[in-house]
Design a protein around this ligand. Structure first.
Ligand SMILES: O=C(O)CCC(=O)C(=O)O
Length: 230
């Protein structure tokens, strides 16, 4: 969704991200879950019109937020390896969930942009045991029919401008490139949303939170019918 969020909103979110992150320079991938609890403006891009559109895309009437995460990749940060998000949202039944990623900065391959396997949400799902397992199942891509070489023919990089939004389904294979720059930090807000009508498969809930996840207590997003984008 190109230019989905007004730049004033993005700049306010970027300032909030900078306050939360401080002077992050260590060359690793920083993930700060639940940042909207401290800085509510981190979700200010989720207007009723946008969330109505997102719900329609996912085939849901209303959406709830599973989690929001601020992801930051300073210079030298490594790649995030290939994975699907279903390895940690796999307890949602049916698996109707997606990640809504808002780029707070311009980003391209050299600075660590996302890459996806086009249409992989319709592929046979990877074997997952329980939600809460590592989201990065080493070797899972190689285990796909045809192996990683066949899978990677569907690879598409997703360079973004500040204010662009991308969506990926919980079954979409994706990774992000290393940040090869020496002076640029990639910043992204990721919101994991799901169909408010989803239930829970208790067998897939990790033991340490079993009995504690109440989907109906998670934030329900406002929804408004939105005009279709071209
Ligand atoms: O933004 C990134 O670098 C990785 C994002 C990711 O893996 C995700 O949104 O699930």
């Amino acid at each position: 969704m190109s230019g989905a969020v007004p730049i004033e909103t993005v700049l306010a979110q970027r300032r909030a991200a900078d306050l939360l992150l401080g002077d992050v320079t260590s060359a690793q991938v920083w993930q700060l879950p639940g940042v909207s609890r401290y800085r509510p403006e981190m979700l200010s891009h989720l207007t009723p019109e946008l969330t109505g559109e997102l719900a329609e895309i996912l085939g849901a009437r209303r959406l709830r937020v599973l989690q929001d995460v601020l992801i930051c990749k300073p210079p030298g940060a490594p790649e995030v390896p290939w994975h699907t998000d279903i390895s940690y949202t796999g307890f949602l039944v049916p698996p109707r969930a997606m990640s809504v990623r808002l780029s707070l900065v311009d980003t391209e391959r050299r600075t660590g942009c996302l890459s996806v396997l086009d249409r992989s949400h319709s592929w046979a799902p990877p074997q997952v045991s329980r939600a809460g397992d590592s989201s990065i199942a080493a070797g899972a891509l190689e285990a796909l029919p045809g192996g990683s070489e066949a899978a990677l023919t569907a690879q598409v990089d997703v360079p973004l401008r500040a204010g662009d939004i991308t969506l990926h389904h919980c079954r979409t294979w994706h990774m992000s490139h290393p940040n090869l720059s020496t002076d640029f930090t990639r910043k992204t807000i990721v919101v994991h949303v799901f169909d408010a009508q989803c239930g829970i498969d208790p067998q897939r809930v990790p033991e340490h939170v079993r009995g504690h996840i109440r989907l109906d207590e998670l934030p329900l997003l406002p929804s408004e019918a939105a005009p279709r984008r071209s």
